[in-house]
Write a protein that binds this ligand. Structure first.
Ligand code: PHE
Ligand code: FE
Length: 260
């Protein structure tokens, strides 16, 4: 069965490709201490091989595998849902091999190697988060069977991509979509515009999301243990409960929501 894995084509990167990576890497590395979750910052240190340019996925995978058993594999863009889930369940994270152009430094609709690698790989160095991602993959295969992909995809969006966490030192970001974006890094934490609501599994799975500008609502976890514990039970009854319910819009705030 086609797994969509390709050769990274490491030797095909140009000097400019590596330079674009370095620009993004240095910019975000400077911005993130004090804004990103300590676990992300720790994981970023492990990404030392990526400071000089786009990392070789094999070298990076050897380091990551020693930490949490995950490897990264190259793909040329988004892969079908079932393929994506099977990779995650097998502790392989698909990473897009190409990098954006310099004109797209601040904004890109699709994931590139910077988003996928810089945004996602640091958290995969965290044992709890690494287990969460693999469990998510297994849950995804099941959700496809149950016709609940849309519901489960929202959980990924509001945690893995755009999650915030509360720490003793204040709110921190850990979602890959935020930590890989200069604008959303400060917007998500500092802007008075978006809602910041306490994590609530069912609430999240009921909520639509926007893919073409900054989020209107972020959900805040207290710990990765909380996230993992909330997502451990069988979701089959959750899906049954949610399917007949109306979808909430991305900006909607309910009486029952807890603002953080
Ligand atoms: N417990 C979920 C299920 O039964 C699987 C899952 C685990 C989903 C972790 C997301 C994250 O479907
Ligand atoms: Fe992503």
């Amino acid at each position: 069965m086609n797994d969509y894995v390709i050769d990274q084509g490491f030797d095909a990167y140009t000097e400019e490709d590596h330079a674009v990576w370095r620009t993004l890497f240095e910019r975000q590395s400077k911005l993130l201490p004090g804004r990103a979750a300590p676990e992300f910052v720790d994981g970023l240190k492990a990404l030392g091989v990526a400071a000089e340019g786009i990392p070789n996925f094999e070298d990076l995978s050897d380091i990551l595998e020693a930490a949490t058993g995950w490897r990264i594999v190259a793909v040329d863009g988004l892969v079908p849902d079932d393929v994506f889930f099977r990779h995650l369940a097998s502790r392989r994270f698909p990473v897009t091999n190409w990098i954006r152009k310099r004109e797209q430094l601040d904004y890109l609709q699709e994931p590139d190697v910077f988003h996928d690698c810089f945004g996602h790989v640091p958290m995969l160095f965290n044992p709890i988060f690494a287990d969460y991602m693999a469990a998510y993959g297994r849950g995804g295969i099941k959700a496809l069977d149950l016709g609940a992909l849309k519901l489960l995809a929202r959980l990924y969006w509001y945690t893995v991509e755009f999650g915030l966490i509360r720490t003793d030192d204040g709110l921190r970001i850990y979602g890959a979509g935020i930590v890989s974006s200069k604008g959303e890094t400060t917007f998500s934490l500092d802007s008075p515009e978006p809602n910041r609501l306490a994590f609530d599994l069912m609430r999240i799975m009921q909520t639509d999301y926007i893919i073409d500008h900054y989020q209107q609502t972020y959900f805040v976890i207290d710990s990765y243990d909380q996230l993992f514990a909330a997502t451990r039970p069988d979701f089959t009854p959750c899906y049954e409960t949610l399917k007949p319910l109306p979808t909430l819009t991305p900006d909607q705030v309910l009486e029952s929501d807890l603002r953080v």
